[in-house]
Design a protein around this ligand. Structure first.
Ligand SMILES: Nc1nc2c(ncn2[C@@H]2O[C@H](COP(=O)(O)OP(=O)(O)OP(=O)(O)O)[C@@H](O)[C@H]2O)c(=O)[nH]1
Length: 305
């Protein structure tokens, strides 16, 4: 379900970007996202999977994510992180494997290819970046050095700085998206993308479990999201807002049964999305007629600050 009541059918999905440090992942994101819909990653990195940016284009929305677990073979949590990364890569619509045209294929690239071999059913695109820095003849050499290593869905040379071929790459990804709601309002600029997705997942479960009994006006605000390092667990505290006491009672259910279900279903989805164990605490609050209050709307992220 989307916060936006869209009349047309929309399409949306997740795309993962993987690659060694410095290959140009952020530059590519910045180019694709552009200023209008720029969403930067949460500053403190609280999760294994990071939302990098969101691209909304003519009824389609791509959410780009980064899976840092895949980049650091020597990390102590290596094995677990790799497992989480592979799981994530299996569930996205596409994976972009970014390499640097000016650098020979190295151990870091080989390591990523080995991981990608465990990812079934997700199309994986080899994106050769920084082609503005190399001679045309060199490109063929690079393609040859990668193409037999893995059955890439396609090999796409780009320059993320100059924007060469980036639109083509974007269009190709847009065409892969399944029908689905927007996760972000199309024009929103925010530095808390993860919070919005978490709120949206909770809201979706509320609507799903209460059917028509609770109107779509229900809103969710993530009040706190904090990683407890010692327990390796993400604590999330969220409030579900309704307009009336009667709706609050429905959402809570007999002896809290409905709210419990909302919590456990949302928690599972959030854990999958962010690759982190989650402790989710939910409160139901009544805020009469919240829709009409300007500052509340801002709080919920419906308008720009
Ligand atoms: N000439 C040229 N430089 C590029 C291109 N893409 C990225 N760069 C440069 O390469 C450097 C690294 O780019 P980033 O986008 O920070 O790379 P990254 O993969 O996000 O790096 P990490 O955050 O370390 O993983 C920067 O100096 C960019 O300006 C390109 O297409 N052409």
């Amino acid at each position: 379900m989307s916060k936006q009541e869209t009349k047309q059918k929309t399409r949306s999905g997740f795309v993962a970007i993987v690659g060694r440090p410095n290959v140009g992942k952020s530059t590519l994101m910045n180019y694709m996202v552009g200023q209008k819909v720029a969403i930067t990653a949460d500053k403190p990195q609280t999760t294994r999977n990071r939302i990098h940016g969101v691209v909304t284009h003519e009824g389609n929305q791509i959410i780009f994510m980064d899976t840092p677990g895949i980049h650091k073979p020597k990390h102590r949590l290596g094995e677990h992180m790799v497992k989480v990364a592979v799981q994530t890569l299996r569930e996205v619509e596409a994976v972009l494997f970014l390499v640097d045209a000016t650098m020979p294929k190295g151990a870091g690239d080989e390591y990523i290819i080995e991981i990608l071999k465990n990812v079934k059913d997700t199309p994986i695109y080899l994106v050769i970046n920084k082609i503005d820095l190399i001679e045309k003849e060199k490109l063929l050499e690079i393609i040859t050095s990668y193409k037999d290593e893995f059955p890439f869905a396609e090999i796409i040379p780009i320059s993320a700085v100059a924007g060469d071929n980036v639109e083509r790459l974007r269009d190709l990804l847009l065409n892969l998206l399944p029908e689905g709601p927007f996760y972000y309002p199309p024009d929103q600029v925010t530095d808390h993308p993860e919070r919005f997705i978490v709120a949206e997942l909770i809201r979706e479960k509320v609507l799903h479990l209460t059917r028509e009994e609770v109107p779509h006006s229900v809103a969710v605000e993530v009040e706190q999201m904090q990683l407890k390092e010692d327990r390796n667990m993400l604590y999330i505290h969220a409030a579900i807002y309704t307009e009336r006491d009667s709706q609050k009672a429905i959402i809570i259910g007999k002896q809290g049964s409905v709210l419990k279900k909302v919590g456990s279903m949302a928690r599972q989805d959030i854990e999958k999305l962010l690759g982190s164990k989650v402790y989710l605490e939910l409160w139901v609050k009544v805020k009469a007629d919240w829709r009409n209050r300007e500052h509340m709307l801002r709080n919920f992220g419906f308008t720009e600050e």
